[in-house]
Write a protein that binds this ligand. Structure first.
Ligand code: XMP
Length: 251
């Protein structure tokens, strides 16, 4: 029987007592494959999952990425492809199949592209393969207000911010999680309440972008996504351990 991404993530999280997702955004001047494998070996037991984005996927291509994904799996971790997918279904479906063949457990997509002929077939295909789909809801960077914070008016005349619509739709569309930046704890709280805590909230933007891990967790984030605070730390193991302990104590 195929287990779902959410079940596997919960299992990984419990077994490592961690709600920490490493953003594996290594410096592109490093020997990427070796560095990625080494870092997973070093701090894998502090994590629940690894998120891999363009930093690695473009230079390594999926053949080498598969080795990184397999190393994460050997450590009992889930793997998330962060391409913020944003296309029509024919392209989205091809990407889902390629990511599945590379071993990924979940992917991040952009809800702005809509459901019909875009996210619907992609979510169905991902679920058929036991993969999860996590939808952007409010990004962590400052300019996110220019998009996710826009007020929209429905046909009935009611006005609401775009991120609230995205959160409601994520539930309706059968997504497996939401992304809300740690830089916006009040919005994490609002989205957690709006979705009655039925979807895990993944929160990037801790540390370098100014978000507080503790504030995000207290507001209702289920998982912290952290890259540079760990990767650029003089002691990556200690930093990952510190964040793991917080993530587990506060959640
Ligand atoms: P840092 O180094 O700031 O890295 O800890 C954050 C990681 O998370 C990604 N990121 C986001 N991904 N929605 C996302 O899907 C967001 O709002 C968001 N903000 C940051 C970023 O690509 C990096 O990998």
């Amino acid at each position: 029987m195929i287990t779902s991404f959410r079940e596997r993530l919960e299992e990984a999280s419990k077994s490592h007592k961690s709600r920490l997702v490493l953003a594996l955004d290594l410096n592109i001047e490093e020997g990427l494959l070796e560095s990625a494998l080494h870092l997973i070996e070093q701090i894998g037991c502090e994590l629940a999952a690894v998120k891999i984005n363009y930093h690695l996927i473009l230079p390594l291509a999926l053949t080498d990425i598969r080795r990184v994904v397999e190393a994460a799996h050997r450590k009992g971790l889930q793997t998330i492809a962060d391409l913020k997918l944003n296309d029509i279904s024919s392209t989205n479906l091809t990407v889902v199949r390629l990511l599945y063949e590379a071993g990924f457990d979940a992917l991040i997509a952009n809800p702005i592209v809509g459901y019909r002929n875009a996210l619907q077939p992609m979510i169905e295909e991902a679920h058929k393969r036991g993969m999860g789909v996590i939808l952007l809801t409010y990004m962590s960077h400052r300019g996110a207000t220019e998009g996710y914070g826009l007020k929209i008016k429905s046909r009935s005349g009611s006005v609401k911010p775009l991120y609230r619509l995205f959160a409601e739709r994520a539930l309706k569309w059968g997504a497996d999680g939401l992304i809300v930046g740690a830089t916006r704890p009040s919005i994490i709280k609002e989205v957690a309440a709006l979705t009655s805590n039925r979807l895990p909230i993944f929160s990037p933007g801790v540390g370098v972008q100014g978000g507080s891990a503790l504030d995000a967790l207290k507001a209702g984030a289920s998982y912290l996504i952290v890259g540079r605070s760990i990767i650029d730390s003089p002691d990556r193991i200690a930093e990952a351990r510190r964040l793991r302990e917080w993530s587990w104590l506060v959640c």
